[in-house]
Design a protein around this ligand. Structure first.
Ligand SMILES: [Zn+2]
Ligand SMILES: [Zn+2]
Length: 336
């Protein structure tokens, strides 16, 4: 039995779980078209010609993770264990297979393919937020992570019965900023950074890509929608999705070219499930004070910290200038 345990001194949650022993990966890639039988039955997929589920012909396919951290079929149980708190890991762990093409990477995927992935992200978040046991959802996309067994392009969605520790910290900071200034901190960042320009990497009609003022890692980037909205899945329009797809593709192609295709982690930050309140009034102002966004951290495995303080040896202004200059050079399109 696994459970989420709270460390009362650090205020942090830990998932304690016996090792499930991930299923062995054979010679055949389980995410390639034609191998659908090697994965659990699909949750959702986009198919051009309405082909049968769990068969080929899809462009984006969502499946449950074979050895998930969080399971949808569990009951949500909150328990006190003496002075401690624990919760059952009720939730969902889903894999979003981004392309039928095994060799695709974030830098080679066509914008139209990225658009489909972005719509699928929204669809899965919307669907899971109907479940009142789920409080928070995070989508992460890792590229070339050391130790990853499957190279076929996919993202991971994790939906959990608590607020992720890192998200709670951001929500609290955003709320405090709003209470003090009556303005959204992310909207203020967009205003200041676009006026200043030193840390802006690229701007589009709907988004701004920038290196944050206090970037934790060299070439860390945030993608912020200009239009204030707390939830990704409610804010998308066909125009903004097309814009975001081209911006992501542009950033990943720039990374691949300037930095030699480094590993990275992308996270999609959206508001917690506002239907699933545990305490009345909890996160009541999130629509005003939180702002959905995407963060990309290259070479996560090389982050340096001293007692929790990150050490970044590339000034954000220099990183932004480098990325900006590389972005505007010719030959900036997908190879296919
Ligand atoms: Zn494959
Ligand atoms: Zn805002």
């Amino acid at each position: 039995m696994s459970d989420l345990r709270k460390d009362p001194t650090r205020g942090q949650w830990v998932l304690v779980r016996p090792s499930g022993g991930s299923p062995p990966v054979g010679q055949a890639c389980p995410f390639c078209p034609g191998n659908e039988g090697l994965t659990p039955p699909e949750i959702s997929a986009y198919r051009k010609d309405d082909g049968a589920s769990d068969g080929p012909g899809w462009s984006v396919r969502v499946i449950p993770e074979a050895d998930p951290y969080f399971r949808i079929e569990l009951d949500l149980a909150r328990e006190g264990v003496g002075m401690y708190d624990k919760i059952s890991p009720r939730g969902a762990t889903e894999l979003i297979v981004e392309s039928p093409r095994h060799e695709d990477t974030p830098a080679t995927m066509l914008n139209a393919q990225w658009e489909q992935v972005l719509w699928m992200y929204a669809e899965r978040i919307r669907d899971l937020k109907r479940d009142l046991a789920i409080r928070d959802i995070l989508i992460t996309r890792r590229h070339r992570q050391p130790g990853s067994r499957i190279t076929h392009p996919y993202s991971r969605l994790i939906a959990i019965p608590i607020i992720f520790d890192e998200v709670r910290r951001k929500l609290t900071e955003a709320r405090e900023y709003f209470q003090y200034k009556r303005r959204c901190v992310y909207c203020d960042i967009i205003r200041q950074e676009t006026a200043d320009e030193a840390r802006v990497i690229w701007e589009t009609p709907h988004f701004v890509a920038l290196v944050p003022y206090a970037a934790r890692a060299p070439h860390e980037a945030w993608i912020l929608p200009r239009q204030h909205a707390c939830s990704y899945e409610e804010a998308l329009t066909p125009a903004s999705v097309a814009d975001l797809a081209s911006l992501l593709g542009g950033y990943f192609r720039t990374l691949a070219r300037v930095l030699g295709d480094p590993s990275f982690e992308m996270t999609l930050n959206t508001a917690p499930n506002r239907n699933a309140k545990v305490l009345p009034g909890e996160w009541a102002t999130v629509a005003d004070d939180y702002h959905w966004h995407i963060e990309v951290t290259p070479q996560l495995e090389r982050l340096t910290r001293v007692g929790g303080i990150y050490v970044n040896e590339t000034p954000p202004e220099e990183a932004a200038r480098r990325l900006r200059e590389a972005w505007s050079q010719p030959g900036h399109q997908p190879e296919r």
